[in-house]
Write a protein that binds this ligand. Structure first.
Ligand code: KG4
Ligand code: ZN
Length: 347
């Protein structure tokens, strides 16, 4: 059992990709309490490119980091002197992006003498679930699903993740983003596909699930991208019809149903195999309405306790980093630490 430190005020910072975020979290005996959350989106900057441009993201973070950090402290009504700890994402992620909050946090921690800890981004996503479910029963199956990850882990507590399986190619979020791009629905694709799917009267023809030679309930999403492309080629009107078009809406609904169903398929058997008592979903795609609803059905069927963070805590944010950082030992020598674009779990 890890020993959980209690009742401390933590500033959490995250800038691993295209969101610059800071949050103040109070760690209490009953779990973490969110005191403030600030997040600057860069969607307008990267939108025209249909994906994140690393160099632009890094520059923007440098411009945003001071205001984001100051904003989180002001919103919480606290100053640097009140903080017991600063937690920041160490990696993995885009190195230029990571460095903005990483370097700023080290400088502030050094100047003010505040204990500092670097956090693995994925431990952050897991700990986002701690706000709503601090007493989650372990072991837990943990589905981390975003623009870069579609990974299923086994967690024995809030600070450990053991990989069970991952996508064989694209991440599920990438499938949402690329499909939205083909349908000219904007970036990021997930929220707009979700809205279109909810507006649909009926689904289009279902997508065929991938089959694997070894017969495992594995994941692959690159074929789905090709299938959407073929449908658009067959019906070129879809490429420009827009979010209000019933056929576009129907296609979005089929796409969303396919992704949600495929994502959850391996869960019951793996839960049984590993004796899991609970199921966590986190990462940007965990905002998806269909996935959330299907997961609730699955939990009711299997008896697994379900924890999905509220949507603003599913996407990248400083609160999840603060929540994870509260459970870790601060680094003895923060000034010699460095961000790691390829950081491994347990490193
Ligand atoms: O965790 P996140 O903010 O950033 C990383 O990729 O690490 O996740 C972003 C991803 C994008 O691919 C976005 O399209 C997807 O999450 N997303 C959604 C929804 N909201 C965001 N996907 C499906 N449905 C949503 N409602
Ligand atoms: Zn993330």
């Amino acid at each position: 059992m890890p020993s959980y430190t209690i009742q401390m005020l933590v500033l959490g910072l995250e800038s691993s990709c295209d969101d610059c975020s800071a949050a103040v979290v109070e760690e209490t005996v009953a779990g973490p309490v969110l005191r403030s959350l600030v997040r600057e989106s860069q969607d307008a900057i990267h939108g025209p490119f249909g994906g994140v441009v690393p160099e632009l993201a890094a520059r923007e973070h440098l411009l945003q980091v001071r205001a984001v950090m100051g904003g989180a402290l002001a919103q919480a009504g606290v100053g640097l002197k009140d903080l017991d700890r600063i937690a920041v994402t160490r990696g993995p992620g885009l190195v230029g992006s990571l460095l903005a909050t990483f370097s700023a946090s080290k400088a502030v921690a050094w100047r003010e003498g505040i204990p500092w800890v670097g956090v693995h981004h994925l431990l952050g996503h897991l700990n986002a679930a701690r706000f709503a479910a601090p007493d989650l029963p372990f072991p837990a199956l943990v589905l981390l699903v975003s623009g870069g990850h579609t990974h299923l882990y086994l967690a024995r507590d809030w600070t450990s993740l053991q990989l069970l399986q991952k996508t064989r190619d694209d991440a599920a979020g990438e499938a949402f983003d690329k499909a939205a791009r083909m349908l000219d629905l904007g970036y990021p694709g997930g929220p707009v596909v979700d809205a279109c799917a909810r507006a649909a009267d009926r689904a289009a023809e279902p997508f065929t699930p991938p089959k694997f030679r070894d017969g495992r309930a594995s994941w692959s999403f690159s074929g789905l991208k090709t299938a959407v492309k073929l449908r658009v080629e067959r019906n070129p009107r879809l490429a420009t019809a827009g979010a209000d078009d019933p056929e576009v809406q129907g296609l979005c609904r089929s796409l969303q149903e396919a992704i949600s169903t495929w994502l959850l398929k391996p869960v019951p058997a793996l839960a049984e195999e590993h004796g899991a008592h609970s199921f966590v979903i986190s990462g940007g795609v965990a905002c998806n309405s269909r996935l959330r609803a299907e997961a609730a059905d699955l939990a009711a069927r299997t008896g697994l306790a379900l924890a999905i963070p509220e949507p603003r805590l599913c996407t990248d944010n400083g609160a999840m980093i603060a929540a994870a950082g509260a459970l870790l030992e601060p680094d003895a020598e923060p000034w010699i630490q460095n961000a790691d674009a390829d950081l491994k779990l347990g490193a």
